[in-house]
Design a protein around this ligand. Sequence first.
Ligand code: FES
Length: 114
Amino acid sequence: MASRRLQLTGAALRRGPEVTISVDGRAVRAHEGETVAAALFAEGVSATRRTVGGDPRGVYCGMGVCFECLVVVDGIPNTRACMTWVREGLDVRLQDGLGPADHAARAAEAGPAR
Ligand code: FES
């Protein structure tokens, strides 16, 4: 029986024009037609937010149902990364609780680097 797996290389994979988005202030390359979630995965970011209690969360359903992938987009918190298309200049912030992530607080909680 022949494989039914999609071939995602070569001519079968056509990416949109390249755009630059900002992720927590860092320039990140993405392509039109990709979601913020895809761009974050490509950057190695799997936890898009932390709950009010501090637990990491990320893409779960990938189709807009679970609300686990929330990020802050252009200053708007609670935006679903899996349902938001990238575009040039998009400002994405990982989310802590109900607002942008506080990376200084995260680093302080983690303690000194070893
Ligand atoms: S991963 Fe479920 S809403 Fe985005």
